[in-house]
Design a protein around this ligand. Sequence first.
Ligand code: BGC
Length: 433
Amino acid sequence: MTTLNFPDSFLWGAATAAHQVEGANDNNDWWDWEQTPGHIQNGDRSTVACDWWKGKRYHEDFDLARSLNQNAHRLSVEWSRIEPREGEWNADALAFYRRILIALRERGMTPLVTLHHFANPRWLAAQGAWETQTVVPLFERFAVKVAQELGDLCDFWVTINEPFVYAFSGYSDGNWPPGKKNFSLAFRVLANMVRAHAAAYHAIHRIQPNARVGIAHHLRRFLPANPSSGLDRWAASLRDGMANRWFFRALVDGRLRFPARGSVPQAIGTQDFIGVNYYFAERSAFDVGSPGQLFSRSIKPVWHASAPPFAGEIHPASFYDFLKEHAVYGKPIYVTENGLFDLGDETQARYLVSHIAAVQRAMAEGVPVKGYFYWTLVDNFEWAEGFTARFGLYRLDVATQTRTPRLSAEIYGRIARENGIAGELIEKYGHAN
Ligand code: BGC
């Protein structure tokens, strides 16, 4: 088998998020949520996480990323540090992010910075966070501040990470803050995210005309549990429309679709690139008793007994399909997240190789994928799963802060070094299941 090659300019990286890695992030809604028993698996709390804030261990982690030949890194800035009280900017926090970006650039790595990755400043949460339109100018002002202060070090931005996951987990499942179960409110939140993204997009471009600004969309393939059942097919397509397309379409034509209404014309064409976060496929069966779950329930694969609730089927073909589908927009595509929690080294390695092979296959057919960010570099605080779901290329011992490479680190390092997937790797690990 021959090597599958990538173009020279291809970005190889890993993705992280502030609340998951920094530690001591004690001024946001997630920190508060973690303090209530029952909210996080195992009673875990983010505590020091990967100790980027106090221990400055991002230096160590970027060295690890470099040792794996990564030439890019996706991270997020924490709104609650930068604006600890409404309208008050914190110079230390801004200096911290400057040092992080400098540390990346000194290692020859391109930063991709996310402005909102799930967590909200406590003061914003107290006023309903994204539930009202008040958030729009607040988020815009925050984006302006970040672009002004960090813009000489970064011009590649994700405004909001996974709007649908944020809205659905916090307002339909209710297993994330603010823990509500109110479907129409979920779509009000999403509508405000469309407005806020659009405002931030235009504001960043006013400061940095050449900036590349987009969204990281969570895409999940919904397959009918029984393909010959019309109701299962309907349930799967309803989930697909809401979870995968509702937000994306609003950024294409400005329309807020059912169950929201109205339009946001300023959102039209506000993606310089398409960010794709892809993890799993899942089988959905029609279920009239679950309106909050879009009239369906997920059929979990057998291996699922101990897997986190968000786990689905490992299905690289769906990843390939999504990349092909999104090529029609004619924009560069970045895989802003893709990865698997620890199910054993071999399984993670097979996930990695088969999914990167899916990217290569799409590219060979003309899909303009320009970079791939594995989720994640080092095990970190996995939201409601705490430290029980571990996605890292490196294993983390939280107490000692020791990082140990998994097999996937070695393989990913080799793929990035060779800028291709050697035939031998494809033979050994190219099949996901
Ligand atoms: C999120 C990450 C999360 C990852 C793994 C994505 O939905 O953006 O924050 O850790 O999935 O579950």
